[in-house]
Design a protein around this ligand. Structure first.
Ligand SMILES: Nc1nc2c(ncn2[C@@H]2O[C@H](COP(=O)(O)OP(=O)(O)OP(=O)(O)O)[C@@H](O)[C@H]2O)c(=O)[nH]1
Ligand SMILES: [Mg+2]
Length: 302
C-alpha cells in the first residue's frame, strides 16, 4: 500500500488502514512520521482512554467484551489495545482474548490490536500511545487498553489512560494479594468481578478497607459478573461520572500532560538507543573498569 493510499484509508477510517498504520509505527518505518503528523488532534483530545488492569484471569477481557457491547449499543466506535506480556503466567492470552472478543470481530466499528511486551527493550509507551492516537483520529471515541498488572512496562502503559479500572476477583491466590498494593495505587475505579463466586463480598470489603486507609473517602467498589453482563451499566455510569469530573477539574488535562511527557521520553530513548550502541561499539572498550563511568563519559561527549 502506498503512503497516499494509506492516508486516504485512514481518512476513510478503514480498519485495515488503521492496522497497517500501527504496524508501520511499531516497526519504526520511515512513513511513521507522515502518518502521525496527519492525525486529527481534535478527535484525539476528545476521546476517552480507559485502562483496564488486574491480575491474570480476573476477567478483564470478559468485562471489556461487555463494555464494548454496551458502548456499541450507543453507536460508539471503539478501539481496543490488548497488551500481551507473553509470559508463562498468561500464556496464550492473545488467542484467548481474540476468541472471547470474537463476537465483535466482524464489527468494523471495533478496532482491535494486540501488542507484545516480550522481546522489546522499550518503546511500548511510545507505540501504544501512537496506536491510541491513530484509533482516536479514526473516530474511536473510547479506547480501552487492557493489560495484566504484572510488570513495570505494563504499569507504565496504564499512565496513558485517562481513567484506570482495576479488576480483581475472588480465589486468585496469595500471589495476587502481594500485587494489590501497587495496583491499587494506579486505580481510579475498583471492580470485584466474579461476584457470583464465593469470597467476592469479603474481597470487596477488604479492598474498601485498604483504600480507606489512604484517603478520607474510601473508593467504592463496583461488583460485576462479567460473564452475565451484570453490573456493567453501573460501572459505565461510574466511568462517565468520573470522566466528566476530571474534565471539569483539570485532572484529565494534567494526566494527559504527564502521559505526553512519558511518551516523548520513550521516543527519545528509542531514537538514542541505536545511536549510543553504535558509539559504544566503535570505542572498542576494554572489559575492565566501571561501566557506569564509561557511560557518563560517552554521554558527556559532544
Ligand atoms: N464465574 C465467573 N467467571 C468469570 C467471570 N468473568 C470471567 N470469568 C471467567 O474467568 C476466566 C478468565 O476470564 P478472562 O476474561 O480471560 O480474564 P483476563 O483477566 O482477561 O485474563 P488474562 O487476559 O489471561 O489476564 C474465563 O474462563 C471467564 O469465563 C464472572 O463474572 N464470573
Ligand atoms: Mg485477557
Amino acid at each position: 500500500m502506498t503512503i497516499d493510499r494509506l492516508l486516504e484509508g485512514l481518512r476513510q477510517r478503514d480498519p485495515r488502514a488503521i492496522g497497517r498504520a500501527i504496524s508501520l509505527v511499531e516497526n519504526g518505518d520511515e512513513s511513521a512520521e507522515i502518518i502521525l503528523s496527519s492525525l486529527d488532534e481534535n478527535l484525539v483530545s476528545q476521546a476517552t482512554i480507559l485502562g483496564i488492569t488486574g491480575p491474570p484471569g480476573a476477567g478483564k477481557s470478559t468485562l471489556t467484551n461487555e463494555i464494548i457491547a454496551k458502548l456499541r449499543h450507543q453507536e460508539e466506535r471503539i478501539g481496543i489495545i490488548a497488551i500481551d506480556p507473553s509470559s508463562p503466567i498468561s500464556g496464550g492470552a492473545i488467542l484467548g482474548d481474540r476468541i472471547r472478543m470474537m463476537q465483535h470481530a466482524t464489527d468494523k466499528d471495533v478496532v482491535m490490536r494486540s501488542m507484545a511486551t516480550r522481546g522489546r527493550l522499550g518503546g511500548l509507551c511510545a507505540t501504544a500511545g501512537a496506536a491510541v492516537r491513530i484509533m482516536a483520529s479514526c473516530g474511536c471515541s473510547t479506547i480501552i487498553i487492557e493489560t495484566v498488572g504484572v510488570g513495570q512496562s505494563e504499569m507504565d502503559i496504564i499512565r496513558l489512560a485517562d481513567i484506570t479500572i482495576l479488576v480483581m476477583a475472588p480465589g486468585l491466590g496469595d500471589e495476587i494479594q502481594a500485587m494489590k498494593a501497587g495496583l491499587l495505587e494506579v486505580a481510579d475505579i475498583l471492580v470485584v468481578n466474579k461476584a457470583d463466586c464465593k469470597g467476592a463480598d469479603i474481597l470487596a470489603m477488604d479492598l474498601e478497607a485498604v483504600t480507606r486507609k489512604g484517603s478520607a473517602t474510601p473508593t467504592q467498589v463496583c461488583m460485576t459478573v462479567a460473564t452475565e453482563g451484570k453490573g456493567v451499566t453501573e460501572l459505565l455510569d461510574r466511568i462517565d461520572k468520573l470522566d466528566s469530573e476530571h474534565r471539569d477539574s483539570g485532572e484529565r488535562q494534567k494526566r494527559r500532560r504527564g502521559a505526553h511527557n512519558q511518551e516523548v521520553l520513550d521516543w527519545c530513548l528509542e531514537i538514542l538507543r541505536p545511536q549510543l550502541l553504535d558509539k559504544i561499539i566503535k570505542r572498542k572498550l576494554s572489559v575492565l573498569g566501571d561501566p557506569r563511568l564509561k557511560a557518563k563519559k560517552i554521554l558527556e561527549e559532544k
